[in-house]
Design a protein around this ligand. Structure first.
Ligand code: ADE
Ligand code: ZN
Length: 352
């Protein structure tokens, strides 16, 4: 019997290695990723030293210990504190490049990162320092790694609409590199309606529109994003499952939801991955996608998010490929690039 147990253990290890390799090499698309949320503890310390900034942690294990959150606000407090080490263009470049190397490792071939300009401008870091650092890394990734991208600027919803409008006006000179606007930070008490004017202005400027909604906030915030902000994607959106009429609307219009499984468990939106509803939503016909949100804080990048779904819910190859097809459909890539992405996905699936 001991021999049998050993053999089962061994077989299980091989099976898990095979699914890890399959999911890691599967061509993937990332549509919900905060670039400030990719700051790994090692880079946090390196930049703190480079910029002579005092951190409230003495070592990497103290940082990791602090990454226990009971809700979104708990996380945001640590996340905004971490961002204080980012001062110069090179810091933003290094941050973005480290993320893009991770993408290359995990075969993430198209990305649409968010950045939060107000987190930096409020500390005196010029808008152009932030945008130039990030966008130069994205341009290098296109050239050297073949990773295409669309950059999205988010407004912090705990701040005023006036501050968002000022940020939007400033962004006008970077319309060549910023493709869309989004809305993030503390959701409860900061409904989409608060940003109706700035989203309307952004639409008139030609920006694509997305917004976080239904992460901690109610399904009604998702309705408002659709009907008042006129967004083209909902970030998170998992609370839609509370509202059957909204579910029907999302299915009929194929409105994309950029879901972030590991984030949802870390921020206690679901008490365990076994209770996550993403695959139920997929099988009901919603355009759900898998994303990593703030991977340095939540325990993993794209591959780890797919693996977590597989471990806890059993992810079929067909479900995995439909999730990625949804991401391609939902992306802001130009039509020719979308076709390339579909071809990459199809040849991977059919050659397996
Ligand atoms: N900013 C970074 N990550 C976020 C999230 N998950 N929700 C809202 N704002 C965020
Ligand atoms: Zn997010």
């Amino acid at each position: 019997p001991r021999l049998c147990l050993g053999r089962d253990f061994f077989l299980e290890k091989i099976m898990s290695e095979i699914s890890h390799n399959w999911l890691n090499s599967l061509p993937k698309i990332e549509l919900h990723l905060h670039i400030e949320g990719t700051l790994e503890p090692e880079l946090l310390f390196k930049l703190a030293k480079r910029n002579s900034i005092q951190l409230p942690f003495n070592n990497i294990s103290e940082v990791k210990e602090a990454y226990q959150f009971s809700n979104l606000q708990d996380f945001l407090d640590i996340y905004y504190q971490g961002a204080k080490v980012l001062l110069h263009k090179q810091d933003f470049y290094d941050l973005t490049w480290a993320y893009l190397l991770k993408c290359q490792e995990q075969n993430v071939v198209h990305v649409e990162p968010f950045f939060d300009p107000q987190t930096h401008t409020s500390r005196g870091v010029p808008f152009e320092t932030v945008v130039n650092g990030i966008s130069e890394a994205l341009a290098d990734a296109k050239e050297k790694l073949g990773i295409s991208s669309r950059l999205i600027m988010c407004f912090l919803r705990h701040l005023s609409e006036e501050s968002a409008i000022e940020t939007l006006k400033f962004s006008g000179q970077f319309m060549g590199v910023i493709y869309g606007v989004g809305l993030d930070s503390a959701e409860m008490g900061n409904p989409p309606e608060k940003f109706q004017n700035v989203f309307n202005m952004a639409k008139n400027m030609g920006y694509k529109l997305v917004a976080h909604a239904g992460e901690e906030g109610p399904a009604s915030y998702i309705w408002s994003c659709l009907d008042i902000l006129n967004v083209q994607r909902i970030d998170h959106g998992i609370r839609a499952i509370d509202d059957p009429d909204l579910m029907l609307r999302l299915i009929e219009t194929q409105m994309p939801l950029t879901v972030c499984p590991l984030s949802n468990v870390k921020l206690r939106v679901f008490d365990s991955m076994k209770n996550h509803t993403i695959l139920d939503m997929l099988d009901l016909g919603l355009c759900v996608t898998v994303n990593s949100d703030d991977p340095s804080y939540f325990g993993g990048y794209m591959t780890e998010n797919f693996l977590a779904l597989d471990d806890s819910l059993g992810l079929s190859k067909d479900q995995a490929s439909r999730l990625i097809k949804n991401s391609i459909d939902a992306s802001f890539a130009e039509e020719g690039r979308k076709q390339e992405l579909f071809n990459l996905l199809n040849s991977y699936i059919t050659n397996q």
